[in-house]
Design a protein around this ligand. Sequence first.
Ligand code: M6R
Length: 603
Amino acid sequence: MCGIIGRVGDGNALESLLTGLENLEYRGYDSAGIAVQNGSGINVQKRSGKVEELKESIGEPLRGEVGIGHTRWSTHGPPTDANAHPHTDESEDVAVVHNGIIENYAALRERLVANGYAFSSETDTEVIPHLIQYYLDAGLDSETAFRQAIDELEGNYAITAMVSGEHVLYAARQGSPLVVGIEDGEYFLASDVPAFLEYTDSVVYLEDGDVVVVDEDGVEFTDLDGNPITRTSETVDWDPEQAGKGAYDHFMLKEITEQPTSLAQAIEGRIDPTNSRIALSDFEPGTFEEIDTVQFVACGTSYHAALYGSLILNQAGVRSTALLANEYSVSAPPTDDDTLVIAVTQSGETADTLSALRQATAEGARTLTVTNVVGSTAAREADDALFIRAGPEIGVAATKTFSSQAVILTLLGQRIASDRQGEPPADLESLLPELASMPGAIDDVLDDSDAAAIAERYEDSQAYFFIGRGLGYPVALEGALKFKEITYEHAEGFASGELKHGPLALVTPATPVFAIFTGEEDEKTLKNAEEAQTRGAPVVAVCPADHPAVEVADEHLEIADTDPDLAGLLANVQLQLVSYHAADLLDRPIDKPRNLAKSVTVE
Ligand code: M6R
């Protein structure tokens, strides 16, 4: 995945391009570049490394009212200066930034080379400016040359291009996100809204097959053949401060501490504890009464939330499985029109998840997405969308979106069970008041956590293990994913009962075991933790203050005594803090861990 920004308007484009790149850096950060139009043609500045390094390397201030920029997560070719975007033709008449993969680039490159066009990078993207130049050389005007070039591309792309001497940007979308930002006399193109949130909150989400031509007079929306199409703008309610780091050292810490608010937003208007009702007004009563089976598809942290949702459904008596989206094409269980496939995805743009969603649609299943991004591909392609309302999440490590996903999936699960059984599940009455008090319970965790001290005590460990049972199991997996993702240390999550079936061989005094207690057969989990402790491993119990595990464990991370459906979410906040502090001690680039990107738009 990569980040694209483009800008047309009065005044110098440089500042908004660089701001846009900084705001998009979570999408990729192994190289960055910009190109601006000025009186003497297109001026390209690009290099490997972060946007900050690009900024420092731009000596003479660049001037130009039209420009494009890019921050890269490499797919074709290593992160070198030459492979950084924008890419141009040899004479720098055409500059292009691209997100996605051009599958037929090898054939196009061969053809262009045979026609005398010289390449200077190893990227698939570089075929695009050459192809546009090829059609310009053939005498076509710029817009037609752009359309012809786009027409020949196979694969996924979001592309923004400019041609020397023109006050125009050309853009196209096929499978990778692209949005237009509109402000009086100033227009933006970007992979994601936070890129230009400082400048405008008026947004048009492009759809696959859209081609846009943007100049200072406005935006022309067309299909690939040039037929006009209507796209309406929406006002996004994310404010720039939400998308900024504020006083925090890292977005991750800011986003962890935002959870009381993001969770309150997630449930606002959706629960009615007084009448023991779930008020998911997005769905008419009885919407799910015909659903026989639910399949969740998701990746990474979203998969852990999906597993959480699936366990809730099974416990409520509805047949359900959670599947890794990237395995779905080879191992999908049978579906029919009584199957509901729920794609869980923060970004709504994860290629693996979209591919599973499309497969489910093709096989006739009903589909629904649980996502954070209104206007995302998943939201537009699924039959229904349920938004988690977490606000922008910039840190590559998903934090607040996990808790919001898990809570929304808990509500959805109860709602599906209610529709199918014709009455609310018996435990709803006790669950909803506990759910309403979750923002406060998370606040308590944030205020009193011993996570920093525990991270420091176990800083020199060889590996970190996380165990849990029932709903504690997805939380154990998530705890380990977070830990390995941002500390680069070895971390594994296990179902508590599995420890004795193999992993126990890894346990030593240098492998702390974080044991999560959710109130589901805790005595068995405690026994499993003791089995590790007997072999020398320090045990960190994540549980309420009066829990028997506190007496046994070496360390304690406290959570409120709450409903087993929710306890794991409090435990997860403690584990997020442990990971954060451990990574901070190791001086890791917490918001942008190596080799990763916020949303992965390639399969
Ligand atoms: O946008 P999505 O929720 O579909 O992303 C899925 C995973 O790539 C994502 O959760 C990833 O595992 C996180 N970086 C983990 O913190």
